[in-house]
Design a protein around this ligand. Structure first.
Ligand code: GDP
Ligand code: MG
Length: 713
């Protein structure tokens, strides 16, 4: 017998963790709502006949957010054999709201009370027998993280899945139940058996989306409307609020006798940490310090030790001489040696050399995510974002974009407000993703001698660019309007599971390596070819000088664009341009054009060649431009998919590139003031841009914003 079981629950209640336990799958566990917008399906480990579906996290079955619509449509249309409603045992009251709605569907429910490890540690007791009576379905205590209670849960699921159509408990007060019964009886035969109650409640609430799904005669609808209005008058409230209030009332009563809290007043350790970490004054400095340490460790210290080994020993002493020696010993043609050594080893190797740093960064980010800290950051930044009229939800795509911009752009789907969603899509790729890390590390290492502040500053440049762009865009006509409120649960802190950390690191790191073997490899071959071949005296062939190669011509043709930014150099221009294919290509291009495979006594030659061509200031301007300008083609594709409009996609690309240009111009021109700026026109433009940005930042908003955020802890 094949059988489908859906996991339904609030965000952060542990659905994905349970899904992984049940299926043995490796879904990564994000600590914020909205990561799972699409449902995921897997087979039960112990019985492949049973499929498990991980639905997006939702607080209710109302049709207001994308997650709600996805989950609700799945439940209504696909009709799984059973639902596991996973609820957070440390937050029962809020989680049971969804439960009151799920038991109205015709699908059997088992409630899995999760996080029991924490509940027990707090010394609290949940009397599941009483809850079972109140809600008319089994309650099973589990800890998804510790894999406790899973067998018991599965047994219950199999029991209830067999016997459908249990009697449902009445949770509303008598007058509401009476009206609902009347509506139900008028729906008989119009909607599937067993679903009359659900449809009755939805009709009573005037849920348009449900109404448009079923065919009901006008006169019945009129009768329902009359009944609804009658009760609204009697209770002096609108029908939707009546239902909501009744649900909460029912939960409060049910919880009162079934949840025994041991020490009401005492703060848990999690609460104590949160007092400091989410404190109004300390939160931001703490976050800045944490991210500073993360980038400092991964790019500047530990990462560098590993990367130095990879570059100076693995590549410089072993791989490059090894490959060259081997190719020479078998008398490989000279051009092929050039391609293999200078092109492929040089180009791909220059990027792979940074893999250790990338892995260290991803481990640290995964630990922060896993232990629950990043959820606090989302909460803290939400407060700040809302003050500027931005949606706090934008921070989730931003966090995801520190791995890769593509899932970051996709995560913006959970923002209901179309204007805020567009702003987020346009700005989220400002974050330094994994592919930009090699650029940061290369510039910090080669031009700044690994100074402590360079790598962390890239992260803050990204965040600032998002906030500044958000504020400016929000004041323009297409984006005006109130931000959408952001609700999220903060899970208790816990020691990160090593398996989850490694999984998350591996997922992000592996996609990076895969790219190195495909797109970067192809690009390296192209760059090697296009930088070594060209037309001389009308005939095509190998050229001596880069300047006469195809890339050299292209570079020279576009270099002037970047002169005001300090890197109007035919090599840097080409690197920036090829970065559009994949950001790793910036380093690949440098690797090939500056000879990554040239090894001298002092190690790799490439750093000193870069120092000869770029000042530190020009290097920083180059870094900022490449961080902020249009992302790689794959991310542009994601932007196009999510914007669903060519016009908006172009607007995004032009805005990003224009903003990058302006910021890099200001950095270079103002920086040059300290070294004697000769470029008067450049400086004048830098002042004009600075003035426009400041004007936009301080210009008042057209509308008054309500600064209230709806965040519950
Ligand atoms: P989802 O949003 O519903 O998919 O929830 P997740 O599976 O992502 O879990 C949210 C957070 O709660 C993660 O940090 C999990 O590690 C943590 N978590 C899940 N189950 C348990 C549990 O039983 N006990 C504890 N202490 N933490 C848990
Ligand atoms: Mg999840």
């Amino acid at each position: 017998m094949s059988c489908k079981i859906a996991l339904v629950g609030n965000p952060n209640s542990g659905k994905t963790t349970l899904f992984n336990v049940l299926t043995g799958a490796n879904q990564s566990v994000g600590n914020w709502p909205g990561v799972t917008v699409e449902k995921k399906e897997g087979k039960l480990k112990s019985n492949k006949e049973i499929s498990i579906i991980d639905l997006p996290g939702i607080y209710s079955l109302s049709p207001y957010t994308l997650e709600e619509v996805v989950s609700r449509n799945y439940l209504l249309n696909e009709k799984p054999d059973c639902m596991i409603n996973i609820v957070d045992g440390t937050n029962l009251e809020r989680n049971l709201y969804l439960t009151t709605q799920l038991i109205e569907l015709s699908i059997p429910v088992v409630v899995a009370v999760n996080m029991m490890d924490i509940v027990q540690k707090n010394g609290d007791i949940i009397e599941t027998k009483k809850l079972e009576e109140a809600f008319g379905c089994p309650f099973v205590e589990i800890s998804a993280m510790k894999s406790n209670g899973i067998d018991n849960l599965l047994n219950k699921v199999i029991q209830v899945a067999k016997k459908k159509g249990e009697k449902r408990v009445a949770i509303f007060n008598d007058s509401v139940e009476r009206i609902l019964a009347q509506i139900e009886s008028s729906l008989e035969g119009k909607v599937p058996v067993n679903e009359e109650r659900w449809y009755a409640i939805k009709l009573f609430e005037r849920d348009e989306k449900v109404l448009s799904n079923i065919k009901i005669e006008k006169n019945i609808l009129a009768k329902v409307e009359a009944l609804t209005q009658e009760l609204e008058k009697e209770l002096d409230d609108d029908s939707e609020s009546i239902i909501t209030n009744e649900r909460y009332h029912y939960i409060t009563t049910a919880i009162k006798d079934s949840y025994v809290k041991k020490n009401r007043e005492q703060l848990t350790l999690s609460d104590k940490i949160d007092r400091i970490v989410t404190n109004r004054i300390l939160a931001l400095p703490i976050f800045a310090a944490v991210m500073f340490i993360v980038y400092y460790i991964s790019v500047t210290t530990v990462g560098t030790i590993l990367t130095d080994f990879t570059n100076d020993t693995l590549f410089a002493e072993w791989i490059i001489p090894g490959v060259s020696g081997f190719l020479e010993s078998i008398n490989t043609a000279e051009w092929l040696q050039g391609l293999l050594v200078d092109g492929i080893v040089g180009g791909v190797g220059a990027v792979l050399g940074f893999v250790p740093q990338i892995f260290v960064l991803f481990i640290l980010l995964a630990i922060l995510e896993e232990c629950g800290y990043m959820a606090r950051v989302a909460f803290v930044l939400d407060r700040i974002f809302c003050r500027f009229g931005l949606s706090g939800k934008s921070f989730i795509p931003m966090l995801i974009s520190t791995g890769c911009g593509i899932p970051g752009v996709l995560a913006s789907r959970t923002i209901e407000n179309e204007r805020d969603r567009r702003i987020t899509i346009m700005t989220t790729t400002f974050m330094p993703c994994g592919a930009k890390l090699p650029i940061i590390a290369l510039i910090a290492g080669a031009l700044f001698g690994g100074q402590w502040w360079v790598a962390p500053s890239a992260y803050f440049v990204g965040i600032l660019a998002i906030i500044i762009s958000g504020i400016m865009l929000k004041k323009t006509k297409p984006f005006r309007g109130k931000p959408s409120p952001f609700v999220m649960e903060l899970p208790a802190y816990h020691a990160p599971l090593p398996s989850a950390v490694l999984r998350s690191m591996w997922e992000r790191g592996w996609s990076f390596m895969k790219k190195a073997g495909t797109i970067i490899l192809l690009s390296a071959i192209f760059i090697w070819f296009a930088s070594g071949y060209g037309f001389v005296n009308g005939s095509f062939g190998a050229v001596e000088e880069y300047e006469s190669s195809i890339l050299g011509y292209i570079g020279a043709a576009i270099a002037w664009i970047f002169s005001p930014l300090g890197f109007g150099n035919a090599k840097a221009a080409v690197a920036t341009f090829l970065g559009l294919v994949a950001k790793e290509n910036v380093v690949t291009t440098f690797g090939i054009l500056y000879g990554y495979t040239e090894v001298t006594e002092n190690g790799m030659e490439i750093w000193s060649l870069l120092q000869a061509d770029y000042s530190a200031l020009a290097g920083y301007s180059f870094l900022v431009f490449n961080l902020l300008c249009a992302p790689c083609f794959a991310a542009i594709g994601a932007i196009h998919r999510e914007m669903n409009s060519g016009k908006w996609t172009w607007f995004a690309i032009l805005y990003q590139t224009g903003f990058a240009y302006v910021v890099a111009l200001m950095i270079y021109q103002f920086g040059m003031l300290f070294t004697g700026n000769e470029n008067v026109i450049g400086l004048v433009f830098a002042f004009i841009f600075a003035f426009i940005i400041l004007f936009m930042l301080f210009k008042p908003y057209k509308e008054v914003h309500t600064l209230k955020t709806d965040v519950k802890m």
